[in-house]
Design a protein around this ligand. Structure first.
Ligand code: ADP
Length: 164
């Protein structure tokens, strides 16, 4: 049986931290779907279409990673596509509280789906979509922290951003 995991998030935009979690998830899962959802608590810079385009270009040609978006309850989406797991990343202790709440709520909503966490890599410990946007909008370089298609799109949004 194919073990399918969903890595959900707002991905506004996707970073090398997210991609690292997805790639490492493939040690355990046969396939990982990066699923763009809307987080009502976070204001978005990019539209869902822009996010999907950046992610698709970033994982182009990878046979075991696919890209999708969903609306409504994550567990309903996961059941509909026949996946069995949620894959999330953890950076610092402050991530833990929210991730625990989300995992427990998702489990309460559907106990056939398990949430799996991977610890971030040293290189991505301080990488978040929020800090990327804040740095890029102020003209700073985020090279090496996001995939190339994201760098290009950020440059479009923030022409003053350094690309060194
Ligand atoms: P959400 O709005 O649902 O938190 P995000 O796009 O911010 O969506 O994050 C999706 C997942 O990726 C979360 O589990 C988050 O903790 C994880 N993540 C984000 N940045 C990193 C990183 N640098 N290293 C590891 N995991 C990360």
């Amino acid at each position: 049986m194919t073990k399918l995991a969903v890595c959900p998030g707002s991905f506004d935009p996707i970073t090398n931290g997210h991609l690292d979690i997805v790639r490492r998830g493939l040690c355990v899962f046969d396939k990982v779907i990066i699923a763009v959802g809307h987080n009502p608590l976070k204001p978005d810079l990019f539209t869902t279409e822009e996010k999907l385009e950046m992610i698709r270009k970033s994982v182009e040609g990878h046979p075991h990673i696919s890209v999708d978006s969903f609306e409504g309850l994550l567990v309903n989406y996961i059941e509909r596509i026949g996946a069995c797991a949620i894959l999330r990343g953890l950076r610092v202790i402050s991530d833990f509280e929210l991730e625990l709440q989300l995992a427990l709520m998702n489990r309460r909503l559907c106990d056939r789906i398990e949430t799996f966490f991977l610890m971030t890599d040293f290189n991505n410990l301080f990488v978040s979509s929020t800090i990327i946007k804040a740095t890029a909008s102020a003209g700073g370089s985020v090279k090496g922290l996001v995939p190339e298609p994201v760098l290009e799109k950020l440059k479009e949004k923030f022409p003053s951003m350094s690309i060194q």
